[in-house]
Design a binder for this molecule. Sequence first.
Ligand code: IPE
Ligand code: IPE
Ligand code: MG
Length: 307
Amino acid sequence: MFFDVIYRGYERLLTGEIRKHHTPDHIAVIMDGNRRYADRLGIIRHQGHTYGAKTTERVLDWCWELGVKQTTIYAFSTENFSRNEDERAAIFDIIKKKLDELLRDPRTHERRMRVRAIGETHLLPDDLQDAIKRVEDATCSYEGIYLNIAIAYGGQREILDAVLDMARKVRAGELRADDVDESIISEHLYTNGVAIPDVDLIIRTGGNIRTSNFLPWQANGSECAAYFCAPFWPEFRKIDFLRAIRVYQVREQERKRAASRRIVDLLAACGHAELEDVADHVRHAIGKRDMANGYGGAVRKSHVNQI
Ligand code: IPE
Ligand code: IPE
Ligand code: MG
């Protein structure tokens, strides 16, 4: 009882602090630790994944409350195909049920949430592929928020497929090799209709500090903010989520401070006569950034970095 009161107070405090600053547009989540959670409770392992799926539902509500536009969840990696058949079947069954629930859930439609799967979905069982298609078709006209489900997904494979696709187009004369840049590569990744934008924040639960082949391109290598935490996915609480958002905000503030420090250093390093040249350089860089705003986030980011 006492701890509940403190917890709710802390949650309100964090929420109030977070709302004063910019919140991430795109959060990606590695929902790890489901089997270890089940082991700790002494229950059957796939029950851990069932509890984990309930956490996913809560996290989608929290993202909605904070106005997060895109949420990408890691549901099943290409590496996970090496798990035993019973475990794979249990996980696929849970995902299928959750997709059907999403389809019926009024929140999906009220929020105009577009649901997309990214990955080598043709490798999945037919009934799961059908469930994916049902929810994708029902939400394909929505543009409110986006839920991207990385399933049968591997980041290296995604980049390889994009390269093979571009090579084929170059051979067919549909693409000039010289035109390939960040935005062209982004367009050739798994988009399922609309390009997946750069990730602002990756969250991983379960205590491991690695990103397990998840969105290497969209996370700009692993340059986006990252929050690794110990709780297993089924026990991930709202205060953990809010702390992750705070890590993103601190990171953004540091980035802005570093950019202004760089401009001050640059000005200090210039003599009076050279300042006009510097002003030209800055004007040019800002012009380039504004132009890049019409293209993909990857281009935008790299141009800002040049400033
Ligand atoms: C992550 O949880 C979800 C999937 C891989 C499907 P795990 O199943 O990896 O659970 P742990 O990390 O072994 O506890
Ligand atoms: C990452 O968890 C993949 C998913 C959450 C789907 P894993 O448990 O599969 O990752 P590793 O094996 O610890 O890298
Ligand atoms: Mg794991």
